[in-house]
Design a protein around this ligand. Structure first.
Ligand SMILES: [Ca+2]
Ligand SMILES: [Ca+2]
Length: 571
């Protein structure tokens, strides 16, 4: 049996006056230290106690029967989110854009008309605020739509727009390093696109329809700041920044993570904080931890960045036969044949600690809108989905939940992103309660092309027949995935050991049972996870002074296959 202990951070120890990190089962309740922790939490930025929920607005709830989710639909579902317990929301893009996904803005100051009016957006922000929920928006600064007036004018050579994008006369040669910046491919024509109008090539890291902005141009820099201020003034709490790694490119072998890019985000953060000191920036740097940490920028960069590795590692432990390949980068698979080694979780945490950013920089999550859904990866195995949730919430940092993960929502296939972004399933009624329309937006051939088969009716019928994968059905079951999420969220908000300063100890017992302990100043929680497909003894787990707040298939001293036991002491 191997034991690993992460000491509480040195700073925390200094602040709380502890002599050493809590590593044993001692039950010394230090009320003075707890009070100090509370004061410290009070002073900490709001995002450190946030539980984020990522909404794909088009798929959340359709309030007016046109088959597209909308602002009023999100407003209507705020009580649901409050009941779940989340206190912060990330909306994927909701500015006017030609695509269904919205990552290609044609407007910086108008909402996506499919989602409703500006007044309805403002009402949503106000209603969320009334419930104590922060809302952040998805901001894409690296590129905009080729249909944006800026690009049309730039292609026409109109000043001052002519230099708002990155132009060159000739296509770089193969071997010059140009290609998709997130891979090592050598393919200049993947990122340099020909403009008939201008008779030049323009740079577009994400394809011809999404030209990269020239973020060296003072007008462009100023406009991006103006856009941020416009939305902050409307009451949003910050931004999730798309594709932060690719802001500034300076050559074929310098298309990502350049010093200039880090400096750009430092500058942007400085501006945003000048508008609102509490505004929050979280970056999508889809890369391994040392690279993601760069965006902390010595404390002047982004407030947080996603930890893309922890989700791979957690899900990898639950599907040991899968290849576990990283989808977008340099991450290594953690698979070991026929063996589940939970040490990957502590290695992940150690990497965060060893990085150039502090531990509270990282936001762990299981999946997002670009990744196969948890339930799909785990073949709709609810007990495994619960273990995934437990591992996520036991990990220090600000967690993000992708809508539907809390009900074990799966997907209708693979190979197209829309499968990962399908309508929420609210109940077992018509269209799973998402829309009154006979059709949902995912069936619109105009959005996906005539060749794309309509997979939705069959998928929906299957989900409705199963009957257990909707919010209503999950809420009605005491041991459902939804109930566990609700429990974990409440625990994370209430118990001090789940703050960034709580110690983390992971032990893998010889029979495969994994024990994760979080503890701070006498407050303690223990996760007991059976990562094997057989019932296992948990007689070696010390349970003195602890009571079970969640137990699944616990039979005496045996925890069922993929069972979960959650123990806490009294606060
Ligand atoms: Ca609608
Ligand atoms: Ca760029």
């Amino acid at each position: 049996m191997k034991t690993f202990t992460l000491s509480a951070l040195a700073l925390a120890l200094m602040l709380t006056g502890c002599q050493s990190a809590p590593t044993t089962n001692t039950q010394n309740t230090n009320t003075a230290a707890t009070a100090q922790i509370s004061a410290e939490q009070h002073a900490a930025p709001w995002w450190q106690s946030a539980i984020f929920y990522q909404i794909w607005p088009r798929s959340f709830y359709d309030s007016d029967g046109d088959g597209h989710g909308d602002f009023n639909g999100m407003t209507k579902k705020l009580p649901y989110l409050q009941e779940l317990g989340v206190n912060a929301l990330w909306l994927t893009p909701m500015f006017e854009a030609p695509s269904y996904h919205g990552y290609d803005f044609t407007e910086f100051y108008q909402v996506e008309s499919d989602y409703g009016s500006m007044a309805e957006f403002e009402a949503f922000i106000q209603a969320a605020d009334d419930k104590g929920m922060k809302v952040i928006l998805d901001l894409v600064i690296n590129h905009i739509s080729s249909e944006h007036p800026w690009f049309k004018r730039s292609a026409n050579g109109e000043r001052p727009y002519s230099d708002y994008f990155v132009w060159r006369d000739d296509l770089p040669k193969v071997g010059s390093g140009w290609g998709h910046a997130w891979s090592d491919n050598d393919k200049p024509d993947a990122v340099w696109h020909w403009s008939e109008t201008r008779q030049q090539y323009y740079y577009g890291a994400f394809g011809a329809s999404q030209p990269d902005l020239n973020l060296r141009h003072p007008d462009v820099i100023a406009e991006m700041e103006k856009m941020a201020k416009f939305w902050l003034d409307k009451g949003v709490a910050g931004f999730r920044l798309d594709a932060v790694r690719f802001a500034m490119e300076s050559g074929g072998n310098a298309q990502a993570d350049t010093d200039e890019t880090i400096a750009y985000w430092q500058h942007f953060n400085q501006y945003v904080k000048s508008v609102d000191p509490d505004a929050y920036l979280v970056g999508e740097a889809w890369a391994d931890i040392p690279v993601a940490a760069k965006y902390y920028g010595d404390g002047k960069g982004l407030d947080q960045g996603f930890d893309f590795e922890v989700g791979y590692k957690i899900l990898g432990l639950l599907k040991p036969d899968a290849s576990g390949e990283a989808q977008f980068g340099t991450m290594q698979s953690n698979q070991q044949k026929n063996t589940v080694d939970a040490n990957v979780l502590k290695q992940n945490l150690q990497q965060r600690i060893d990085s150039s950013a502090p531990l509270d920089f990282f936001a762990p999550f299981l999946t997002n809108h670009d990744q196969e859904r948890v339930a799909y990866q785990l073949t709709e195995h609810d007990d495994k989905a619960k273990l995934a949730a437990a591992m996520l919430f036991s990990s220090p940092g600000t967690p993000y939940i992708y809508y539907g993960e809390e009900i074990g929502l799966t997907q209708g296939g693979t190979g197209h992103d829309v499968y990962k972004r399908a309508p929420m399933q609210w109940d077992n009624s018509h269209q799973a309660g998402f829309t009154q329309s006979d059709n949902s937006w995912v069936e619109e051939t105009a959005l996906f092309g005539d060749d794309f088969a309509n997979w939705w009716p069959e998928f929906l019928a299957k989900q409705l027949a199963a009957g257990d994968r909707s919010v209503a059905a999950q809420q009605a079951q005491p041991n459902s995935v939804w109930r566990l999420y609700q429990h974990l969220i409440a625990m994370k908000k209430q118990r001090p050991e789940f703050t960034i300063n709580g110690s983390y100890q992971l032990t893998q017992h010889d029979n495969g049972i994994v024990e994760i302990t979080r503890e701070l100043s006498g407050s303690k929680s223990v996760f007991v996870l059976n990562l094997t497909d057989k019932a296992q003894s948990i007689s070696s787990i010390t349970r003195d002074g602890l009571t079970a707040s969640w137990q699944h298939d616990l039979n005496g001293e045996q925890l069922a296959a993929y069972g979960l036991l959650l123990l806490n002491n009294t606060l």
